[in-house]
Design a protein around this ligand. Structure first.
Ligand SMILES: Nc1ncnc2c1ncn2[C@@H]1O[C@H](COP(=O)(O)OP(=O)(O)O)[C@@H](O)[C@H]1O
Length: 550
């Protein structure tokens, strides 16, 4: 029996299957992944450019947000998709640093390619990258600056740095105040006695119509709904509130029933019976002592009418996320079956209608509620969407920074410092992994280099000056792109967070390693009419979802 048949899997391909192995597979993958990384690099930093994304349906998104760009790009190359996943993980875990993570991943792969050309085995590179990433995270801890939990000014800077270069930047003064207030408002004591910012008690809502300067932080929840009947009350104090996720309508089965009537009285009976059932639902609600009903599903016209007659406010088709949040605010249980509802399920709160009669403001009682809503306003959908992306990211980073009481200088300062320390660390690493650790250190330079490039500065000068400053012991020296100077960026108000930075280092090396691990690409010929690997379709490149990108 041949060796292969004794347990190694054998791959059988059709005649027209395409295959790439080892070097060419790696080169192909690295090229695809780097292409993606390079497409978002130019958005890095406050002077980064925006991208205009045009979807196949003609929708336009203008953004500077790495993850949004990559998600909209509709990439159908499996390795390139790995890079998109880096961005998504980074966004989920840290809320910020997506472009940084992707840029570093791209640079790691570029440097890995040079090592592969020197016939260094991918396994050694991967091992070296892992070593370096672990050490880099430790070094980030070593250069972390402790910040007092009530040092508002520093956290405002964290928020502003995060928003810089994004759509929210124009209003960063006002918004950073709101963000820090919001994080403060949802600071709770954890079981171990420490304080944490719990963003579950915070909801971001958007509204078009007014300027971003009119954004505000509100106690409680905001619901963008009209009362279901114009004769319903809209301002209620101390209201008993029923939150329900079943429709206040006839059962679907009943509504669809076909009845054959033989005389008109039968029809009349039937209608009366239906009306009676709907009336009973309202009676049940009245008996519970309810003042307002918030329903996730529909409310029948007849029920709307009876509720209005009883002076009860009704809101229908309220979003699931609003229902979940409201429940926290007013201390209600969501009822799924009216027949089993009791007074204990009800919540308590006040309802207020805004002057424009568009929104309901709902507050809980003092002894229960601790939720707040950050209401972002902007002139158009595009504006509020971009505002929301920027503010959500900033909230994540500020929340973590406040919970942990830590920060870092920005503008490439941590990258240059960590790279220098990694080069020292590399001296103690033996074998070929040493070269990979050095390659990792060099890859970190991409951050100050691209920040500088994007600001129209000379990136070589910047890097030389930065390295010189760090070798003189100036750990916080970074590039401030607004002044164009190398300075203590923490003092200059460019403040980042260690958690996002560490996550970016992890995500970047994980992605690079995933791409490097692949040494064989086998593509079945069946569904690929455009040719094999590297051809126009298949593994070739980016899909057709995106019509244009500028
Ligand atoms: N005024 C500034 N000068 C230099 N760098 C800055 C400044 N403000 C922010 N940065 C840097 O921009 C980078 C973040 O850019 P950004 O486009 O938001 O990408 P990411 O998606 O990685 O957060 C960070 O390295 C940060 O330190």
């Amino acid at each position: 029996m041949s060796q292969q048949m004794q347990g190694q899997p054998m791959i059988i391909m059709g005649d027209d299957a395409e295959r790439m192995k080892d070097k060419s597979a790696q080169e192909h993958n690295i090229a695809a992944a780097r292409a993606v990384a390079e497409s978002v690099r130019s958005t890095l930093g406050p002077k980064g450019m925006d991208k205009m994304l045009v979807t196949s349906l003609g929708d336009i998104v203008v953004t500077n947000d790495g993850v949004t760009i990559l998600e909209e790009m509709d990439i159908d190359n499996p390795t390139a998709e790995m890079i998109v996943e880096v961005a998504e993980t980074q966004e989920d875990e840290a809320g910020d640093g997506t472009t940084t993570a992707v840029a570093i991943a791209g640079e790691l792969l570029k440097n890995a390619e040079e090592l592969l050309d020197q016939d260094i085995h991918p396994t050694a590179i991967i091992k070296g990258f892992n070593l370096a990433a672990e050490q880099a995270r430790k070094e980030v801890d070593n250069i972390t600056i402790d910040v007092d939990g009530d040092d508002r000014e520093t956290f405002r800077k964290v928020a502003q740095t995060s928003m810089t270069g994004k759509g929210a930047e124009q209003h960063k003064e006002d918004l950073s105040d709101l963000i820090v207030d919001a994080a403060d408002a949802v600071t709770v004591e954890a079981e171990d006695g420490s304080t944490i910012v719990d963003l579950a008690f915070l909801k971001v809502e958007t509204q078009t119509g007014r300027g971003a300067g009119d954004s505000e932080l509100l106690e409680g929840a905001v619901i963008d709904k009209d009362p279901v009947h114009e004769e319903m009350p809209s301002d209620l104090d101390d209201a008993s509130i029923l939150v329900i996720d079943e429709p206040l309508e006839l059962d679907e089965a009943e509504a669809d029933t076909q009845v054959s009537v033989t005389d008109p009285n039968q029809l009349q009976d039937f209608i009366e019976q239906e009306e009676q059932e709907l009336r009973e639902k309202v009676d049940q609600i009245v008996d519970l002592g309810v003042d307002a009903v918030v329903c996730q599903k529909g409310i029948d016209d007849m029920v709307q009418h009876y509720l209005a007659k009883e002076g009860i406010l009704g809101l229908k088709r309220v979003k699931r996320s609003d229902v979940e949040f409201l429940r926290e605010i007013i201390g209600a249980d969501v009822v799924s079956n009216l027949d089993t509802a009791t007074e204990d399920h009800l919540g308590t709160g006040t309802f207020r209608r805004d002057d424009d009669e568009e929104l309901f403001y709902i507050e809980g009682t003092d002894d229960y509620s601790h939720g707040v809503t950050l209401l972002l306003r902007g002139s158009t959908e595009h504006v509020v969407d971009e505002l929301e992306r920027g503010v959500e990211d900033a909230l994540d980073v500020v929340g973590t920074a406040m919970s942990r009481g830590e920060a870092l200088p920005g503008g490439g300062a941590p990258e240059v410092e960590v790279a220098a320390r990694l080069r020292e660390f590399a001296d103690g690493v033996s074998g070929r992994e040493q070269l990979a650790v050095e390659a990792y250190a060099d890859a970190l330079d991409v951050v100050p280099r691209v920040l500088s490039e994007n600001a129209g500065l000379d990136s070589i000068d910047t890097l030389v000056d930065l390295r010189a400053a760090h070798s003189e012991g100036k750990e916080q020296a970074g590039l401030n792109v607004f002044s164009g100077e190398i300075e203590d960026t923490f003092e200059a108000g460019v403040v980042e967070t260690p958690s996002a930075k560490k996550q970016a280092l992890t995500s970047a090396s994980e992605a690079a390693n995933l791409v490097l691990k692949i040494d064989d690409i086998i593509e079945s010929g069946e569904s690929d009419e455009d040719g094999g690997p590297g051809g126009a379709g298949g593994m070739g490149g980016m899909g057709g979802g995106m019509g244009g990108m500028m």
